[in-house]
Design a protein around this ligand. Structure first.
Ligand code: IPM
Ligand code: MG
Length: 360
């Protein structure tokens, strides 16, 4: 980016609460842009169920073209009960798979940090969860999500299969990314999660991860089986720094991480490849039950905006300012319904106003 060229953000609100929370993320990005002198240009595109309704396809060519000419993609969420019955290629989620694959967004970063004002929201005891601060790096372009699938037979002879392929190159690039990210963190520790006692792909994963870790002698590298990792996440989440794992394990463990923190409404994510555009999206999904009511928690989307500035635009100062403002709003007791308990709750827009008011 140079001074005269704005940083182009493709905004894909998608479905459910996607539209509401993405609008708030854009508002926060615009304010951050003003304060930190970052020229931002937003352009909207259709994907997911919204695109199926409008043009009959979850990810129209126009939207892919928009992403291709953008520096970053800000996405709300895709999916919903309305489109659940269609064939796989016409489901809203297909939009995510196409974007991940087209732009080779192989590293999905899902930071899980316990915000002190929300200690009480975690289902875990305070002394267990206090200090939790880890980063899941989920492989996002391979494994079961992209392996061959089949379905044959009838009646009780019906059978189905999914395949879980991984190449050494796919494993190496995501493990490298995890090690590089660990180098930026004080503990410099990576836990590679697999199921090497059962799965051949996991044995390859472990082999390649071990080779790759040798390139990073300053990073403390360890392996853990996925069932044990699931246990350790609730038993002692503070032991983790960076976790790197394959696509499906990462999907499951990242929801567990949200559960550990006590709100899925707080988890941002960044999906990165070796080149822009990266894709930035809150983890929470479409939440159809509360969509359109103006009550969704915008914090995951706002924190996603911070990741866009940090990992996409390279503006650490602006990213940190957004995160600090969100923490201050929480510390002052501002809560949306999902976090409020019996206390009065702010709506989506008011919660965002509370964050904007605390921008330092
Ligand atoms: C996620 C979601 C998606 C995934 C779904 C919506 C296909 O659960 O990003 O974690 O499984 O990757
Ligand atoms: Mg998931």
């Amino acid at each position: 980016m140079n001074g005269s060229q704005p940083y182009r953000v493709a905004v894909i609100a998608g479905d459910g609460i996607g539209a509401e929370v993405t609008a708030e993320a854009v508002r926060v990005l615009s304010e951050a842009g003003r304060r930190f002198g970052i020229g931002l240009a937003f352009e909207e595109g259709l994907a997911g169920g919204a695109a199926i309704d409008a043009v009959g396809h979850p990810i129209p060519e126009d939207t892919v073209a928009l992403c291709r000419r953008s520096d970053a993609i800000l996405l709300g969420a895709c999916g919903g009960p309305k489109w659940d019955r269609g064939p796989a290629a016409l489901r809203p989620e297909q939009a995510l798979f196409v974007l991940r694959k087209t732009f080779q967004l192989y590293a999905n970063l899902r930071p899980a940090r316990m915000s002190p004002p929300l200690l009480g929201a975690s289902p875990l005891r305070r002394e267990v969860v206090d200090g939790t601060d880890f980063l899941i790096v989920r492989e996002l372009c391979g494994g079961l999500y992209y392996g061959a699938q089949s379905r044959t037979g009838a009646g009780d002879a019906r059978s189905a299969s999914d395949t879980l392929p991984y190449s050494a190159a796919e494993i190496r690039r995501v493990v490298r990314k995890a090690c590089e990210l660990a180098r930026l963190r004080p503990r410099r520790q990576v836990t590679s999660v697999d199921k090497a006692n059962v799965l051949e792909t996991s044995r390859l994963w472990r082999e390649v991860a071990t080779e790759t870790a040798r390139e990073y002698p300053d990073v403390r590298f360890a392996h853990m089986l996925v069932d044990n990792a699931a246990l350790q996440l609730v038993r002692d989440p503070t032991q983790f720094d960076v976790i790197v794992t394959e696509n499906t394990f990462g999907d499951i463990l990242s929801d567990e991480a949200a559960g550990v923190l006590g709100s899925l409404g707080l988890m941002p994510s960044a999906s990165l490849g070796d080149h822009p555009p990266g894709l930035f999206e809150p983890v929470h999904g479409t939440a159809p039950d509360i969509a359109g009511k103006g009550v969704a928690n915008p914090l995951a989307a706002i924190l996603t905006a911070a990741l866009l500035l940090r990992y996409g635009a390279g503006h650490e100062d602006a990213a940190a300012a957004i995160e600090a403002a969100a923490t201050r709003a929480l510390a002052d007791g501002c809560r949306t319904a999902d976090m409020a308990g019996t206390a009065p709750a702010l709506g989506t827009r008011a919660m965002t106003d509370a964050v904007l008011a605390r921008f330092a």
